[in-house]
Design a protein. Structure first.
Length: 332
């Protein structure tokens, strides 16, 4: 709790050994507080924290034997890369020869063997992130905690480092808990994702399950784009009966945009079609994004750019269709 505010409520979560689990949520959802509790920088007012069956709730952070990577990297600015990596080993009483050997291997692993004598200020953002990851892993901790690890990098570097983090996770097999608000990062890196909202867990599952089968409107909208068909101007055809209190949802990439006179596909009996008017088209490299007005509803459609396909513009009449099996039902 922070004064009268309860930052995390009724949080119950088990993390499997060797799993990469991401806690995802918007600002104020409680995700960072959850990580701070695991790291020992905050103490729970109720409940317990167990690692391998042993309580660590009362154990100070410096005795928890965890590797931590912060968004700001938190490298020692006055120490070289080599000394930054040596520091956690020195604190554990490792002898000089073993320290030097382990640092050498780790520098080679993160492709920084030529940068050992540089200061952090002499490195790029991606190189600093590699040093931070190497320092967190070098002492062989049972648990690795990542706090918005790629938030300070530009898009290209983020994608590059996502691949590096996945590679390191496969190689070292560490139980990893990552906190982020970046949906793409969570989908790319995780074995499982925990979506948090207002201090509670909204839904937990694999990236595929959460994206394809969200249970709530919040998860559907937060984890990618979603067309929520609330009080639609047309009847919804789905493979299951729609219970009271639910809304239909369909992902933009599941919808096809066609000319009204386009021939019907062989699986037309499994599809629903509606007609609408294009409000806008945005070209985004490999994709086109359409917003299409159907009665009082506006649907988002994303299609991959391919040669020979028609391109629609504002004011064009189009036909939208989708498989009934791609319709999902979510609660508010």
């Amino acid at each position: 709790m922070y004064g009268p505010v309860t930052a995390v409520k009724d949080l119950s979560l088990a993390v499997r050994r060797g799993e990469f689990l991401t806690i995802l949520g918007p600002s104020g959802s409680g995700k960072t507080t959850a990580l701070m509790l695991l790291a020992g920088f905050e103490a729970p007012t109720q409940g317990d924290i167990l690692i391998a069956g042993k309580s660590i709730a009362a154990v100070p952070s410096y005795r928890r034997d965890q590797g931590i990577v912060f968004q700001s990297y938190a490298l020692f600015p006055h120490l070289t890369v080599r000394r930054n990596l040596e520091f956690p080993l020195e604190m554990r009483g490792m002898n000089a020869a073993e320290r030097a050997s382990r640092v050498k291997r780790m520098l080679e692993r993160v492709h920084l063997n030529e940068f050992g004598d540089r200061l952090p200020s002499q490195l790029s953002g991606g190189q600093q992130q590699r040093v931070a990851l190497a320092r967190a892993l070098i002492a062989d901790p049972p648990v690795l905690l990542l706090d918005e690890p790629l938030g300070a990098l530009d898009r290209n570097l983020r994608e590059q480092m996502q691949g590096e983090i996945k590679s390191l996770h496969r190689e070292f097999g560490k139980t990893t808990i990552c906190v982020t608000h970046d949906q793409e990062e969570a989908l790319t890196l995780s074995d499982r994702i925990v979506v948090m909202r207002d201090g509670r867990i909204e839904q937990t599952g694999t990236p595929e399950a959460l994206y394809d089968r969200p249970r709530t409107r919040f998860v559907a909208k937060f984890l990618g784009e979603a067309n929520i068909l609330e009080n639609p101007a047309f009847p919804i055809e789905a493979d299951t009966v729609q219970p009271s209190g639910t809304m239909a949802m369909i992902r933009p990439e599941r919808i096809r945009v066609l000319t009204p006179a386009a021939s019907r596909s062989a699986d037309t009996d499994q599809r629903q079609s509606v007609t609408g008017i294009v409000d806008d088209m945005i070209y985004a490299g490999p994709q086109r994004k359409y917003t299409v007005r159907v009665g009082e509803n506006v649907l988002i459609v994303r299609e991959h750019v391919a040669s020979g396909q028609p391109v629609f513009h504002s004011g064009d009449e189009v036909r939208l269709d989708w498989l009934r099996s791609d319709v999902r039902l979510v609660v508010a």
